[in-house]
Design a protein around this ligand. Structure first.
Ligand code: EPU
Length: 354
């Protein structure tokens, strides 16, 4: 990681900061949960963010960073200054015979960006199509699906330190990516605004089709070497068939991480239920399908108040219409307790609770 030299301060060049008050956050979280931000600033550039950080009138409130709102459970109104990151822009940075480097502003919609790369003839992110959220949030979670994780295509990112206003560049090793994990959830949690992310797309492109759902498509169609565009179309179809569209049914994707257990724990669970879905990991541990554990406890399709468990994928909690954040949290706790009671496994939620 390195600190970049800062440009000389020129207040005239900085765009005006517009403070909005009492803003409904319902449209800005994929669960569609109600909450009011007492104050909100839309951040459309790095310069604007620095202006917010340097403004003494805005310094008295705690700050909350809001990205795509797709990994968030809002349980209360926020008496804070919400910085809604809306930095836009997509570009090809460079391309050679080995790699294409593409960059997107943190506020770009993730799927919109993936679709743009496909339209530019720059595949590589197709397995990550239709994941809800923004580009800026994607490295925090190290989003992953269908055999590809963000870290496999990550180049570097720019971020602004909220305490010092300093711009920093993070390379891949600086990010300490793990399964749905990164340094941005730990040492740097709440201290950084990611402003731009760059991706390294292999040239020539290679389609990743190892995941079971994709192998099924290959068997069904007889197309043994699908193009990246066809993989993109397949992934979109697979996701649409089993995951709810947040613009129709509020949700935050997988609500829990798939738990990783020791071989002994895995043996113990298999002894209780031989059909448990489990995958061996390179380090000898096993990953269990949390959706299977939740379904085995009878939760699939269940509703408690206005919160529910999606009927096609038990790992996804949904807003049945008028849920409040507390109902989602209560349902999540009840699921955790029953999975712990039956299998002795503690499920860890993915979303952040505010
Ligand atoms: N399963 C059940 N019942 C269920 C759901 C799943 O038995 O209700 C079983 C399935 O039959 C399958 C296994 O669990 O054998 C795995 O299911 P699936 O392929 O749907 O994947 P997942 O492990 O549930 C993960 C990611 C998803 C990602 C998919 C595909 C996590 C927490 N979730 O889900 O990511 O799209 O793999 O790669 O790792 C997300 O993080 O928001 C997300 C959607």
């Amino acid at each position: 990681m390195s600190a970049l030299p800062q440009r000389p301060h020129d207040p005239a060049a900085e765009p005006a900061v517009r403070l909005e008050t009492r803003v409904s956050l319902r449209p800005y979280n994929s669960f569609g949960l109600p909450a009011i931000a007492e104050r909100l600033v839309r951040v459309r550039s790095e310069a604007q963010l620095r202006a917010v950080l340097a403004d003494p009138a805005l310094a008295r409130w705690p700050r909350k960073l809001l990205g795509g709102g797709s990994n968030l459970v809002l349980t209360r109104d926020l008496d804070a200054l919400v910085l809604k990151i809306e930095i836009a822009g997509r570009r090809l940075v460079r391309r050679d015979e080995r790699l294409a480097i593409v960059e997107a502003g943190a506020g770009e919609n993730w799927h919109g960006f993936v679709a743009w790369t496909m339209a530019q003839g720059l595949p590589g992110l197709e397995n990550l199509a239709l994941i809800p959220g923004s580009v800026g949030a994607s490295p925090v979670q190290n989003i992953g699906a269908y055999g590809v994780e963000l870290k496999d295509r990550f180049d570097s990112l720019d971020a602004i330190d909220l305490e010092t206003g300093q711009m920093r560049v993070f390379g891949k090793s600086d990010c300490r990516f793990g399964y749905r994990d990164s340094v941005f959830k730990h040492a740097w949690a709440g201290r950084l605004a990611i402003t731009r992310v760059r991706f390294a797309l292999p040239q020539p492109p290679v389609a990743e089709v190892g995941y079971l759902d994709l192998q099924r498509r290959i068997a069904e169609t007889g197309i043994s070497h699908p193009s990246p565009q066809l993989v993109f179309d397949w992934i979109c179809a697979i996701r649409r068939a089993k995951l709810p569209d947040p613009s129709v049914i509020g949700n935050a994707g997988s609500f829990f991480k798939n738990p990783v257990v020791t071989p002994e724990q895995c043996r113990d669970i298999i002894a209780r239920d031989p059909s448990v879905v489990h995958y061996p990991m390179p380090d000898g541990s096993f990953k269990l399908a949390a959706g299977w554990l939740i379904e085995a406890c009878g939760w699939k399709g269940k509703t408690v108040g206005q919160a529910g468990v999606y009927d096609k994928q038990a790992l996804v909690l949904v807003n049945r219409g008028q849920a409040i954040g507390g109902e989602i949290v209560t349902l999540a706790k009840a699921i955790q307790e029953s999975v712990y009671g039956r299998f002795g496994i503690r499920l860890e939620p993915e979303p952040v609770v505010w």
